[in-house]
Design a protein around this ligand. Structure first.
Ligand SMILES: [Zn+2]
Length: 409
C-alpha cells in the first residue's frame, strides 16, 4: 500500500478483523458486508416471515432503498412495530450497528458501486478455488495461480477487444447516448443507456428555480420520489439528490434530463470516470518500486514479453483497419497465414520437462540437498474450526441422514 492506508475496508462480522483494522488502520472506515448480514435473516426471523412477500419487500426496500438515515430509521421502526419484532435481539443488534452497514449512512464514497458487499473478493476466492487445492506443493500452487491469472487476463483482453471494435445499438436519437457509447465499455454503457431510456420515458421537469449561477430543477420520475438536481450554469457542475453518481460513478436519469435541456450533447468530462472507459486498460501500470507491470507474468524474457504485447496490440489495430474491406481482410488473413507457416518451418521449441519448467519459472536450478525446518505454527484467521450457523448445521445434519439412509439400503 506504499504507506497509504485504504479509505474504507469491507469485511464480514469478524471480531478479530475489527480489532486488527482498528489497530493497524485507525483512520480507515470499517464497514460490514450487507450480503453476509442479510444471509442470516431467514435464520433470525424465521422462514415464514422472511418469505412473506410483504415483509421481504418492505425489509429489502428499507435496507437497500433508503436514501437518507431518517428514511431508513423511519422504515425500520415501522417494520419492527408492524411485524411484532420488538423482542428480536439480532435485529436490535443490527440496528445499533446501522452506521456500519446501511448504505444510507455512507453515500458519499466514490467507490464505483463496490462498497456494499465483499462479493467481488468472494467471487475471486471461488474462481481461484477451481485451480488450486490444499494438497499442492508451493511451486505447483504458484504455477496454477499464474494459469488462473492468465485465464482472467485472456478474458479481459477478449472483452476489451469487443468494446473497442464493436458498437452497441443506440435506442434514442439523443447525442448524449451516442457520446456514452463512444467512451464507455459495453458493460458500463448498458447501465448508462438504461438511465437514458428512463430519462426519456419517465422523467419530467416540474419546477425550476435559480439563484445566481445555481439552477435547481425538480424532476419527477417513476419511483414516485421527486428529485432535486442542482446545475451550475457557469461550471456545469451537477448534483442530484438520488446520489447515483456518488455511488456508482454513472450519471443518473435526472441529471441526464437536465443536461439535455441545457443543450449538453456530451457527458461533462468530470462525470466520465476513467475506470469505466474503453481506454482504462490502455495505460501502463507500475508497482511500488516504479517497475512497469506487464500484462502477463509468465517466465518469458522481458524482450519477448514486450514484443508479445506489441504484436497483440498491432494485431488488434490491423483487424480494426481491415474489417471493413474484404480486400484488406484477405491481405491480413494471408499475411498471418504465411507468418504462421514460416514459423512452423523453423522448428518447434523442444518440450521442457516439469523440473525444467519449474526451474525456469523461479529463475534458479533446484538444489540437490534440501534441509527443511518445521515452520512455527501461528494461529491465524481461518485456522481451526469455526462455529457453524444454524442453517449450515441443518444442511450437515441432512447430509448425515442421507448418508446413513444410503448405508442402510
Ligand atoms: Zn438522480
Amino acid at each position: 500500500m506504499c504507506g497509504v492506508a485504504p479509505k474504507l475496508i469491507i469485511t464480514d462480522e469478524d471480531q478479530s478483523m475489527r480489532i486488527g483494522i482498528e489497530h493497524v488502520f485507525p483512520n480507515t472506515i470499517h464497514r460490514l458486508c450487507m450480503w453476509h448480514i442479510l444471509m442470516k435473516l431467514t435464520e433470525k426471523v424465521g422462514a415464514t416471515l422472511k418469505n412473506s412477500p410483504d415483509f421481504h419487500e418492505r425489509f429489502m426496500s428499507c435496507v437497500w432503498g433508503s436514501e437518507t438515515p431518517n428514511e431508513f430509521e423511519s422504515k425500520w421502526c415501522s417494520i419492527i412495530n408492524d411485524f411484532g419484532l420488538d423482542d428480536n435481539t439480532w435485529l436490535q443488534e443490527k440496528y445499533e450497528l446501522r452506521r456500519s452497514w446501511i448504505p444510507a449512512y455512507f453515500t458519499d464514497f466514490h467507490l464505483g458501486g463496490i462498497l456494499r458487499t465483499t462479493s467481488r473478493s468472494e467471487s475471486e476466492n471461488a474462481f481461484f478455488r477451481h485451480f488450486t487445492n490444499r494438497n499442492l506443493a508451493l511451486i505447483e500452487f504458484w504455477v496454477r495461480f499464474e494459469t488462473a491469472l492468465e485465464e482472467q487476463r485472456q478474458k479481459e483482453l477478449q472483452e476489451d477487444n469487443v468494446s473497442l471494435h464493436t458498437l452497441p445499438i443506440l435506442k434514442t436519437c439523443w447525442s448524449i447516448e451516442s457520446h456514452g457509447r463512444e467512451v464507455y465499455t459495453h458493460e458500463v454503457f448498458a447501465e448508462f443507456q438504461s438511465q437514458v431510456l428512463a430519462a426519456r420515458d419517465y422523467c419530467h421537469v416540474k419546477t425550476i428555480t435559480q439563484i445566481g449561477e445555481l439552477r435547481t430543477i425538480s424532476i419527477s420520475s417513476n419511483s414516485g420520489k421527486a428529485r432535486q438536481v442542482s446545475f451550475n450554469t457557469s461550471t456545469r457542475e451537477t448534483h442530484c439528490s438520488c446520489r447515483m453518481f456518488e455511488s456508482l460513478g454513472i450519471i443518473c436519469r435526472h441529471i441526464i434530463v437536465v443536461l439535455k435541456n441545457e443543450g449538453c450533447n456530451e457527458i461533462p468530462s468530470q462525470y466520465v470516470l476513467h475506470r469505466w472507459t474503453k481506454m482504462a486498460a490502455r495505460h501502463l501500470a507500475y508497482d511500488a518500486n516504479g517497475h512497469e507491470l506487464e500484462g502477463s507474468s509468465t517466465c518469458l524474457p522481458p524482450v519477448v514479453k514486450k514484443l508479445y504485447a506489441e504484436t497483440c496490440s498491432n494485431f488488434g489495430l490491423a483487424l480494426h483497419v481491415a474489417k471493413h474491406s474484404e480486400e484488406k481482410m484477405r491481405y491480413l488473413h494471408k499475411a498471418i497465414g504465411d507468418a504462421y507457416t514460416q514459423l512452423g518451418q523453423e522448428g518447434t521449441v523442444s518440450e521442457q520437462s516439469k523440473v525444467q519448467e519449474f526451474e525456469s519459472f523461479v529463475g534458479t536450478s533446484f538444489p540437490t540437498v534440501i534441509n527443511s525446518h518445521l515452520p512455527d505454527v501461528a494461529k491465524t484467521k481461518g485456522s481451526g474450526k469455526r462455529l457453524k450457523r444454524g442453517s449450515e448445521q441443518t444442511v450437515t445434519q441432512k447430509e448425515k441422514r442421507a448418508k446413513e439412509h444410503h448405508k442402510n439400503k
